[in-house]
Design a protein around this ligand. Structure first.
Ligand code: SF4
Length: 422
């Protein structure tokens, strides 16, 4: 009888797309995928290093598996597994820890595994990780997250991602187009291009040859490829979001008017401490250019509060800067210390309760921005892609400029793009 495997994912869209691909590769090897709440022969947890309390969360999930199915194999992979393999291997019940390079050899490792006393660690130094594995998620069928880039060569002082995922590397444009064509042959209507530092697309060696491709090249090629009519760019660093890309998206029939641009702080002093590669003036300029060409464009912002050195005055600078920007919503992160990062050695640590207060203030501002952005479009007709899920008799869809629409569930609308009055 075929063995069953169940997956649990923590963290970002990239992790979700990788879990999805891992699931397909296990099915190709004869495993049957099952729900994480069911009893499975193998449980795989794809971890994240950004999640707060990654360690605690991982332990809790393993404990739950142990209680429900003590004989099942437990595999931990993902960013946290790369960063802390030994720590994870010591969690009772864990059988295998797979680092960044070994993650995609999951089936091979499982076949050689039996429930034993001590966990096996298959991990190498992150400097040695240089392969690229294309991945995509197809869970909802409507929207697919397609990974085209991995790793990061930047060294932001708060971030462990380069340590967990390694150097920047990408798929080739030819491969991306192949994946897009096979997704188009399925039911996918919208593709979200995903990466760790997406704007850095093009780095890597393929077949021993150094590629010379850029993210802008990729965007132009996708525009010419038949089959998928909606693309989104998941997140792009402001210094890599060129005027060429903005102008192209403004004229494009296929790229949606929606950008997500990490800001992290509205104070140049903090940006320097964070080792970000731009100042707030550049960010404001990017937003201005986008809005000049696409007044209806949705712009999302990542921001971190409570970074060391963020005095009340500097936080107010960030608040006022965000208030003045014509953006649509924020993702607010509360700074938390990560081992092996420069930021942990910095002075002027912000007390936790102040970090929490600042988070709340920015989340309120984000709510107001989102409401204002949505209200500006009420009454307009925009193309909305409706999703499959029936949520208590309702269904959801997103407009081209990422406004969420909720209507009574109607199967005729599922996976359709419809001109809809907002
Ligand atoms: S750009 Fe900075 S924050 Fe983003 S992954 Fe790279 S180092 Fe981390």
């Amino acid at each position: 009888m075929s063995k069953t495997v169940a997956f649990h994912t923590l963290g970002c869209k990239l992790n979700f797309s990788e879990t999805s691909s891992l699931g397909r590769s296990m099915e190709a090897e004869g495993f049957v995928k099952t729900n994480f709440d069911d009893i499975a022969d193998v449980y795989v947890i794809n971890t994240c290093s950004v999640t707060e309390n990654a360690d605690k969360e991982c332990r809790q999930i393993v404990r739950k598996i142990q209680r429900k199915s003590p004989e099942s194999l437990v595999v931990i992979t993902g960013c946290y597994a790369q960063l802390k393999p030994k720590e994870i291997s010591e969690i009772e019940g864990v059988d295998l820890v797979l680092g960044a390079a070994e993650k995609f050899n999951l089936a091979h490792h499982i076949k050689e595994l039996s429930k034993g006393d001590s966990a096996k660690i298959c991990s190498c130094d992150i400097e040695e990780v240089n392969g690229f594995n294309a991945s995509y998620s197809v869970s909802d069928r409507t929207r697919t997250f397609l990974k085209v880039q991995d790793g990061c060569d930047y060294n932001c002082s708060f971030c462990t991602i380069p340590l967990a995922r390694g150097h920047s590397r990408s798929d080739s444009i030819a491969n991306v187009i192949e994946n897009v064509k096979s997704l188009a042959a399925g039911a996918t209507k919208e593709i979200v291009l995903t990466g760790i530092n997406l704007g850095d697309f093009g780095k890597g060696n393929f077949g021993g040859k150094k590629k010379e491709e850029t993210f802008f090249d990729l965007v132009q090629e996708l525009e010419q490829t038949e089959g998928i009519n909606r693309y989104r760019i998941s997140s792009i660093e402001p210094n890599l979001l060129s005027n060429d890309i903005i102008e192209f998206v403004a004229k494009s029939n296929r790229f949606m008017p929606h950008f997500h641009i990490p800001l992290q702080s509205g104070s140049n002093e903090i940006l320097a401490l964070m080792r970000r590669r731009y100042q707030r003036e550049l960010y404001a300029d990017r937003v201005k250019r986008i809005k000049e060409l696409m007044p209806h464009c949705c712009i999302g912002v990542d921001v971190i509060v409570g970074f060391p050195g963020e005095t009340e005055e500097l936080f107010q600078e960030t608040f006022a800067f965000l208030h003045s920007l014509d953006v649509s919503y924020f993702h607010v992160f509360t700074y938390s210390e990560r081992t092996n990062t420069l930021a942990t050695e910095m002075d002027q640590v912000v007390p936790q309760h102040i970090r929490n207060e600042r988070n709340k203030l920015l989340r309120n501002l984000s709510y107001q921005k989102m409401r204002y952005f949505t209200e500006q479009h009420v009454g307009q007709k925009r193309p909305v892609l409706f999703e499959h899920a029936n949520k208590n008799g309702m269904m959801e869809g997103y407009s081209d400029n990422y406004i969420k629409v909720q209507v009574a569930h109607n199967t005729a609308l599922e996976n359709q793009v419809v001109e809809w009055q907002l």
